[in-house]
Design a protein. Structure first.
Lengths: 157, 147
């Protein structure tokens, strides 16, 4: 039994996270505080502190909260979570690299457009053209962005 | 000349769902065929859809595109707005990129370190020895913070 217990704010301070983060982790079951029988406040102990440290470390390595939950559950069942941990990071390294490349391409496109526009005057609205600046950019090749459309629509809904 | 969903989609290199979605949110405004109720688009919609695609390609959000079109429809040049939006995106995306590149590096280096480490046997007082060990990795700056 641990004797020391902390309230939300103390735990947050000790672990260098916001109180909202602590509350959120408790809400989704990643932290499981006890309730103070008198005040009803959440009471955390040293185990929670360790667990919070673990969560933060895992997060900084790109693991999602869902994955961290699985990792902790696996370990609490007495199984080694390591194969899963390795597998997850390996996959994320791939998918994240892909996303990063796309993001870099977009950055380049945007910077080039702004540079090109620097030499262009503002347009005068007419029926055919909405914005001469945007219309001065080469149309992205037809067809190849079909999947993006789908993803975009899902995201926007 | 009236253009159906499918034909508009084909001419602009997007899916029919995409055309329907843009119509639903008011970016495209077809008329209805009085006989069968089908959406009918004009050449102006073709130009507009092409415009939307280029703007999306440059990173503008659909909300921003709506504002740009609105400004144009009100007879005001949207160019100032367009430049301003783009500057904002460039700045935000650069910051994002820096963060994401740092994460990529952390993940790759960590993965590499782990190849030399064995799996946990059974759960003692650790959740995962690999992740716990990352606390000692020199390339992982002791950085904490917001979510």
């Amino acid at each position: 039994m641990s004797q020391i217990s902390f309230q939300v704010k103390e735990l947050a301070l000790r672990c260098n996270v916001s109180a909202d983060t602590v509350r959120y982790y408790a809400k989704i079951g990643l932290l499981q505080p006890e309730r103070d029988s008198e005040s009803g406040y959440k009471r955390f102990d040293e185990k929670d502190m360790k667990r919070l440290g673990f969560i933060r470390r895992a997060k900084s390595l790109g693991y999602t909260l869902n994955e961290i939950k699985q990792i902790i559950e696996e370990s609490r069942k007495g199984k080694s979570p390591c194969p899963m941990v390795r597998d997850l990071i390996q996959r994320r390294i791939q998918s994240h690299r892909h996303r990063l490349e796309e993001q870099m391409e977009l950055q380049k496109r945007m910077e080039e457009a702004l540079e090109r526009w620097a030499a262009m005057p503002d347009g005068i609205p007419d029926g055919d053209s909405v914005c001469v600046l945007i219309e001065s950019i080469e149309n992205p090749c037809h067809g190849h962005r079909e999947e993006d459309n789908q993803i975009e629509m899902i995201n926007q809904r | 000349m009236s253009i159906k969903v499918k034909d508009l989609a084909k001419r602009c290199g997007v899916s029919g769902d995409c055309v329907r979605f843009y119509t639903k949110i008011g970016l495209l405004r077809p008329v209805r065929d009085p006989e069968n109720g089908y959406k009918l688009f004009s050449e102006q919609d073709v130009r507009r859809l092409k415009f939307i695609r280029i703007a999306k390609y440059l990173g503008f959000t659909l909300n921003e595109i709506e504002m740009i079109i609105e400004s144009h429809d009100n007879g005001k040049t949207p160019c100032c707005l367009v430049r301003e939006f783009l500057r904002g995106h460039i700045e935000a995306n650069r910051k994002q990129l820096e963060k994401q590149m740092a994460l990529q590096e952390r993940m790759e280096k960590t993965w590499e370190r782990w190849t030399a480490m064995p799996d946990c046997v059974a759960a003692e007082h650790v959740f995962c020895r690999l992740i716990e060990a990352a606390a000692e990795f020199d390339f992982l700056a002791p950085k904490e913070g917001d979510d």
